[in-house]
Ligand binder design. Structure first.
Ligand SMILES: [Zn+2]
Length: 228
């Protein structure tokens, strides 16, 4: 079938679907990650592989039509009026029009978590680009770092981009973060070390590794190409 250029797909002639509430069953399945903004992930099932792909392809066509008709309308619930439905907090969203599922919103983070003191591990993670990750940890790191005065670049929007472009932008983003953490570390190293609450054991080992890699940032010469 005529999947878009950007799609990656995987399939199996027989897979077991385990269910806690319904009977488990065996099925052929076809899964696609279209990377074209239509959906994050599509799965089709059927008696044969052809049937499974047909089901997945049908969903994809439905999602495309929704985009062409004006675009998805995202919500955190599968159905707005569903009883006892819990919204997804991780940023996963359903389109109210066509049912497409995709990470379309920022994750919801516990209020005030970003006020916890910034640790050496946080700094090391931010310099590795984690503050641009669209999950709860990344989101919290971003808020914590910004609250502490680090000018972390805003996370890039990678939705729908081809893989090589995502790699390229992520690498540039990480270098931008590295540069900001480096500046911060130069100015605040002594203050942060004096407030450190590590007592020993595995925490101390991790603490040592983080400090060493932060010190390495300073001794290494990094170039910042990320647009801020
Ligand atoms: Zn839609």
């Amino acid at each position: 079938m005529d999947w878009p250029e950007s799609a990656t797909v995987q399939w199996g002639r027989s897979g077991i679907v385990l269910s806690a509430t319904k009977k488990s069953y065996e099925t052929a399945f076809f899964e696609a990650f279209p990377n074209d903004g239509s959906a994050g992930f599509i799965r089709g099932e059927g008696k044969t592989l052809e049937e499974a792909e047909g089901a997945a392809f049908g969903s994809w066509q439905k999602y495309r039509k929704c985009i062409e008709a004006g675009g998805h309308y995202w919500g955190r619930l599968r159905e707005r009026k569903a009883k006892n439905a819990k919204p997804y907090l991780n940023g996963g969203c359903f389109c109210r029009g066509c049912g497409s599922f995709q990470t379309a919103m920022k994750p919801i983070v516990r209020l005030g978590k970003w006020r916890d003191p910034l640790t050496e591990l946080d700094l090391d993670s931010i310099s590795s680009g984690y503050a641009g990750t669209n999950d709860q940890y990344g989101r919290t790191l971003f808020l914590k770092g910004r609250a502490a005065g680090i000018n972390i670049p805003p996370p890039p929007n990678l939705n729908g981009l081809p893989k090589d472009k995502i790699r390229e932008i992520s690498a540039m983003y990480q270098i931008g973060c590295e540069k900001e953490v480096k500046d911060f570390w130069v100015e605040n190293r002594e203050r942060i070390l004096s407030k450190s609450q590590t007592t020993g054991g595995i925490g101390l080992l991790l603490y040592d590794i983080c400090i060493r890699s932060l010190d390495n940032l300073v001794s290494r010469n990094t170039q910042n190409n990320f647009p801020t």
